[in-house]
Each structure stands twice: as C-alpha cells, then as structure tokens.
Design a binder for this molecule. Structure first.
Ligand code: SF4
Length: 357
C-alpha cells in the first residue's frame, strides 16, 4: 500500500443561531467568519509530512464534488453547535464510500451520536494520532482511538498548520497557551474534557506559533483560546514578559483576546501585564446574577466578590469584558431575566452569550 494519503479536512457549519457566528461583526469588517479552525490545523500538523492535506471550512466556503473525489479520507468534527453539520458530512462520506474520521469535543462527549463514522478519535489528538495513522497504514478502515482525559503533554503539541488557512477570511486567528481549568463549576464540560490541572505550552512554543503567523503576513487580532488563561497564573506570569518583548520588538503587530475567570480582577499586576502586552478583550463566565444559583453550581469564585466592581476593575486596566450567562438552572428564580439585564446594563458588557444550560 502506498503511504501517500490525501486528507480532506472539513470544518462543519455552526448552527445558524449560534452565538459564535458574530455575523454583524463579520459584515462590518468583511470577514467571512470569526474564528479559524485551530483544532483541525493542529491535527493536520500531526499527520505524516508526505500526506497531502486540503482544508475546507464550510462556514466560509463551499465544499465541491471535486474535493470529495480528490480525497482518500475525510476528517471532520467540532463543538456541539456544529453537530448537525458534522453528522451531515459523515452521511455524505458514507454515501460516497469515503472513509471518515470524526474527532473534537462533541464526539468525545457523545460518541454514540457519531456511530456512523468509520473512525472516532476521542480526547486530545496529540496522544493518539500516531495510533490512528499506524492502524490506517495497516489497512484498518474503522476503529476508535481514545486518549486519556486531561493528560496530554501540550509541550509536545506541534506548531499548527497556519499555512492551510486563508487568513483574510477571519476576524481573528487562535493560538493556545494552556488547556484545563482549576475550578469545578458543575455545568462545565471543560474540566471533564481537559481536566482541572492546567497544562501549559513552553514560552518558546507559543512564540514559534506567533512567528509563523507573523511570517505568513498576518496582523491584527489573535485570540488565546485557552479554557481559562489565568488557570496557571505562575506559568502565565513567566510567559507574559516574553510575549510583551516579542510584541515590542515587532511594534505590537497583534492585539489579543482570551477567556479568563473573574478572579483576574483580584490581581492588579497581572491585569496590567495583560494590558501592557496588548490584551484588549476578555470573555468571562458570569453565568447567573443569582448568588444561590452560583453557589449551587459550584461557581463560588463569582460569589466572593462584587461582579460589577470586578468588571469595572478590568475595564480600568483598558480591557473590555464579554460575558457568558446560562438560563435553565434548577435553582433559578422567575426574576432571572430582569437580574441578567440589570447585571449586563450595570456592567456595560457589550457582547453577551446567553445560552441554555
Ligand atoms: S471557570 Fe469556566 S472553564 Fe473553569 S470550570 Fe468554571 S466554567 Fe469551566
């Protein structure tokens, strides 16, 4: 059997009503979609160098019959708001006899819903792509490969294949410093998927990723897609001075956003260090304005402070806050909508994700 393999990576459509579409922001800037598919381009970097990879993002471009004819294998997968289209892609592959591999967070959480795929790659891909590739080379055309949860050594994660992206199609491009979060919010799948001990890449590793983006000519908004950037504060505090130096040497070509827990507001040095490095926006999970609900769901870090004051502290550091809220907790009171509106207005949060539990 020849070792050349043509891999068609398909990033599935997000549901039309998804928060992640940011349609108006894309229309304003001429972007076709907010975020680039960092997961798939990381998987692409784990494939043998001699394999040929083509990436089609269904949120920004059409999938052609020619793409399908070209491919020996299809790889797809994503988050829950992409489930419908992921299943549709799998059905298309089965109908045209193309072996299809599915991976990513949603299939890892709900593998039974993706039983139609030939292969399932569950958990973090770095640990198990080698096993999948070896099986494929032996002639296997179905199987399940499962990584141990939350154990992957991210210092061995490869430099993502940014070269596969059409960079002008996106509002921002993602990089990742850490995976996992030390908190225990009981509704959160991040700690189930990536664990409660945040694992960080090396400083040099992230700089190499930024170098790659810079050398491809990319400038502007880079999103640190970490589950909670401040999950390992000690490592972050060692990283930020290097990142600031990298930025200063190139006249600050990138502006950064990320996701962090509200206790960021307790650490003025860290806040100012983020601001000095050109972080301009942070997504924070507020979840509910109701303290009883926050206590019941173990989101206690949000009850130990005034949310309004904490957000104001972050604003004063020059960073604006986007926030997530959840509707549907058991302890929720009928006043929850009014409470959320008041919280959003009091804190001047410009963009909110209000999702069903
Ligand atoms: S702080 Fe955020 S990422 Fe961490 S466990 Fe809670 S909801 Fe999940």
């Amino acid at each position: 059997m020849t070792d050349i393999c043509k891999v068609l990576m398909i990033f599935p459509l997000f549901n039309a009503g998804s928060f992640w579409n940011y349609k108006e922001a894309c229309d304003l800037t001429g972007a076709r979609y907010p975020a680039a598919p960092l997961g798939l381009i990381t998987v692409a970097a784990l494939l043998p160098k001699e394999w040929d990879v083509r990436l089609v993002n269904r949120n920004t471009e059409d999938l052609s019959d020619e793409d399908f004819r070209w491919a020996d294998m299809v790889m797809t997968g994503g988050m829950l708001p992409q489930r419908n289209d992921t299943q549709h892609i799998i059905d298309l592959c089965r109908a045209s006899n193309k072996p299809v591999v599915v991976g990513g967070p949603d299939v890892t959480s709900s593998p039974a819903l993706y039983g139609n795929a030939n292969f399932q790659v569950l958990g973090e891909a770095e640990e198990i792509m080698g096993d999948f590739i070896a099986a494929w080379r032996r002639g296997a055309r179905e199987g399940t490969f499962q990584a141990p949860m939350g154990k992957t050594d991210v210092t061995k994660s490869p430099l993502p294949r940014f070269d596969l992206l059409k960079l002008d199609q996106y509002l921002h491009v993602g990089v990742q410093f850490s995976r996992g979060c030390p908190f225990s919010c009981e509704f959160c799948d991040i700690i189930e998927l990536y664990g409660r001990v945040p694992r960080t890449k090396t400083n040099a590793q992230v700089m190499a990723e930024l170098d790659a983006l810079y050398n491809l000519g990319y400038r502007g908004h880079v999103d640190f897609v970490d589950d909670n950037l401040i999950g390992n504060k000690k490592a972050l505090k060692k990283f930020l001075p290097d990142l600031k130096r990298w930025q200063a040497e190139r006249k600050f070509p990138f502006e950064f956003s990320t996701e962090a827990s509200i206790n960021l507001a307790d650490d003025p040095d860290l806040l100012h260090s983020l601001s000095d490095t050109n972080f301009f926006a942070i997504f924070v999970g507020i979840e509910s304005p109701d303290t009883d609900t926050l206590v019941m769901t173990q989101k206690k870090q949000n009850t130990r402070r005034s949310l309004q004051q904490s957000i104001e502290t972050i604003h004063r550091a020059g960073i604006f806050v986007n926030a997530g809220f959840i509707v549907g907790f058991d302890s929720e009171k009928s006043s929850v909508a009014a409470g959320m509106i008041a919280c959003i207005e009091d804190t001047a949060i410009p963009v909110c994700m209000v999702g069903l539990l």
